[in-house]
Ligand binder design. Sequence first.
Ligand SMILES: [Zn+2]
Length: 124
Amino acid sequence: MQIIRKTMKIRLTKKRQEILNVLKKHHGTLSAKAIHEQLLDIDLATVYRSLDLFVKEGLIAQVPLGGDETQYEYQVRPHHHAVCTDCSKVIHFEVPDKDIKKLLGLKDFDIEKIEMTVKGSCGH
Ligand SMILES: [Zn+2]
């Protein structure tokens, strides 16, 4: 997978840096509310606004897990997710984009991004 390193256009204020650090340390997905719980001095609206900005800048990913709360994740490498519908456990897995593209066989379509969320049961 080609990794494009973008130059950061946004100014990382202290608050934004703190929000980003919570996600970096977590190694998984978090909702805005869960981040806010760790940073109570930063109001929830600011957390939401910062997360939106980070997603637009490609610093973090908005992960479509299908729950009530939008999930955000700092991804060292882009990857996909499998969610257990019984216990909500999330498994993070990688599949090369080229393999998925081959399988999809979409002609005359320029794929920019592939996000996969697989649902099932982990059996525990
Ligand atoms: Zn993940």
